[in-house]
Design a protein around this ligand. Structure first.
Ligand code: ARG
Length: 389
C-alpha cells in the first residue's frame, strides 16, 4: 500500500486532505509539529483517528524551533522587507524535517501538505523535503482537487463522515507559533482597508493599554536572550512571557504589503510581540559591541538571510555559510538592554555590556577628553583630497 505522511493541523483543509488521500488509495499517517500554536494533543489525536488515520504523530518541537530556527534568524537580524519577522517562514523547514523523519521511520514514499498553489509555504516545505531526501514524492491535494470554496470542503467532509465544527469560521487565514501570528484573507485582501480590531489575538489595542509604561530588561549571551527582568529563563518560557508582556502593551502589530515568492503581492497582518522587542534589543546591543565595518556589513547579510528564509532556502549551503559568519559576530554579544513599552511602542532606554566598544573618554565633550583633536586636521586633508578643486 502507498503510505503518505501528511502535515496535519486538524483544520478543515487538512481533514479533507486525509479523506482525499484515502480515496486515492493512500494509507495516511498524520504529522503535527507543536511550535507553540497551543494545540490540545488529545483532541487533535482524536480528530485524526475519527478521519480513519491509524497513526497520528504530534511532536513537541518548541525548543528546537526557538534554538535552531528562531534564534539564528534573530542573531542574523533577519526581517523580510524591513517588516516581517518571519514566524511562519521559520517554522516550515522544521516541519519539513519532521515530515521526512517520520517518512523514513514509517517507510513512507510520499509526503503531503495542505498548502495552496499560490503561497510561499508549499515552496518552503517542498524545497526543504527535496533537500533532505529527493526520493520522497510530494502530494499537494489543494493544488489538485475540485473543492473551490469552504462550502465545497464542508460538503466533502460530511460526505466522508468527517465531523467539522459547526462554529462559523472566521474569514481569515491564520498561522500561529511562538514567534508570531500571521493573518490574511477576508477584508484584509484590500490594502485600502484598515484591519478590523477583532483580528488581533496576541496584542492589545494600543489605545486601550495602561497609561503607565512597562519597563523590561533583557539579558543576552552570545546574541541569544537568556534573562528577562534579571531572571535566567529558558527559551520557551522567556518567549511566552515576553509575548504576554509586550502584547499587553500593544507592541508587535505589523501591517504590510509583501512580495511573495510566487510573484504576487499580498497584504498581511502580523502580530509578533516578543519578536519585535527582541529584534530591537538585539540590535541595540550590537550597536554597542560590533565594530563599524562588521556592523555595516552584517546589515547586508541580514537582508540576504531574510530573503533566504522567506524564499524557502533554509536547507542550502549559503544559509549554512551565513550562519558561521553570524555566529562569529555574536561571540562577544553579551549584555543587558533596558526597554520601555508604552501603548504600542517599544524603545531602548539603556544599554550595558562588558564587551562594549563605546569609549566615553573618546566621545565626551566634558572634561577627561582623550580624543586628539589636533589629528583631525591632517585626517580631513587626506580624506577630502580626491575632491579638492
Ligand atoms: N505571508 C506569510 C509568509 O509567507 C504568512 C503566511 C501565513 N499562512 C497563513 N495560512 N496565513 O510567511
Amino acid at each position: 500500500m502507498k503510505k503518505v505522511v501528511l502535515a496535519y493541523s486538524g483544520g478543515l483543509d487538512t481533514s479533507c486532505c486525509v479523506a482525499w488521500l484515502q480515496d486515492r488509495g493512500f494509507e495516511v499517517i498524520t504529522y503535527t509539529a507543536d511550535l507553540g500554536q497551543g494545540i490540545n494533543f488529545a483532541q487533535l489525536k482524536k480528530k485524526a483517528k475519527r478521519c480513519g488515520v491509524k497513526k497520528a504523530y504530534i511532536v513537541d518541537l518548541k525548543d528546537r524551533f526557538l534554538n535552531d530556527f528562531v534564534f539564528p534568524a534573530l542573531k542574523a537580524g533577519a526581517i523580510y522587507e524591513a517588516k516581517y519577522p518571519l514566524a511562519t517562514a521559520l517554522g516550515r523547514p522544521l516541519i519539513a524535517e519532521g515530515l521526512v523523519a517520520i517518512a523514513h521511520k514509517e517507510n513512507a514514499q510520499y509526503i503531503a501538505h495542505g498548502c495552496t498553489g499560490k503561497g510561499n509555504d508549499q515552496v518552503r516545505l517542498e524545497v526543504s523535503v527535496a533537500a533532505l531526501d529527493k526520493r520522497l514524492k510530494v502530494v499537494a491535494p489543494l493544488r489538485e482537487w475540485e473543492l473551490k470554496t469552504r462550502d465545497d470542503e464542508i460538503k466533502y467532509a460530511w460526505a466522508h463522515n468527517i465531523q467539522v465544527e459547526a462554529t462559523k469560521k472566521s474569514p481569515y487565514s491564520t498561522d500561529l507559533n511562538l514567534w508570531g501570528r500571521s493573518i490574511e484573507c477576508g477584508v484584509l485582501e484590500d490594502p485600502a482597508n484598515a484591519p478590523p480590531p477583532d483580528i488581533y489575538k496576541l496584542t492589545k489595542d494600543p489605545q486601550k493599554c495602561p497609561n503607565k509604561p512597562l519597563y523590561l530588561t533583557i539579558g543576552f549571551s552570545k546574541g541569544i536572550p537568556v534573562r528577562l527582568n534579571g531572571k535566567d529563563s529558558k527559551a520557551v518560557s522567556l518567549i511566552n512571557r515576553l509575548n504576554k508582556l509586550a502584547g499587553g502593551c500593544g507592541v508587535g502589530r505589523i501591517d504590510m504589503v509583501e512580495n511573495r515568492l510566487v510573484g504576487i503581492k499580498s497584504r498581511e497582518i502580523y502580530e509578533a510581540p516578543a519578536a519585535t522587542v527582541l529584534y530591537l534589543a538585539h540590535q541595540e546591543l550590537e550597536s554597542l559591541i560590533l565594530d563599524k565595518e562588521s556592523a555595516q556589513f552584517k546589515k547586508q547579510v541580514a537582508e540576504k538571510y531574510a530573503q533566504l528564509v522567506y524564499n524557502g532556502l533554509w536547507h542550502t549551503p549559503l544559509k549554512a555559510a551565513l550562519d558561521k559568519f553570524i555566529d562569529q559576530t555574536q561571540i562577544r554579544l553579551k549584555g543587558v538592554i533596558d526597554l520601555k513599552l508604552y501603548k504600542g511602542n517599544c524603545v531602548c532606554v539603556g544599554r550595558r555590556s562588558p564587551c562594549s566598544l563605546y569609549k566615553k573618554s573618546l566621545a565626551t565633550y566634558d572634561k577627561g577628553d582623550k580624543f586628539d583633536q589636533s589629528a583631525a586636521n591632517g585626517f580631513i586633508k587626506i580624506w577630502g583630497l580626491p575632491y579638492q578643486k
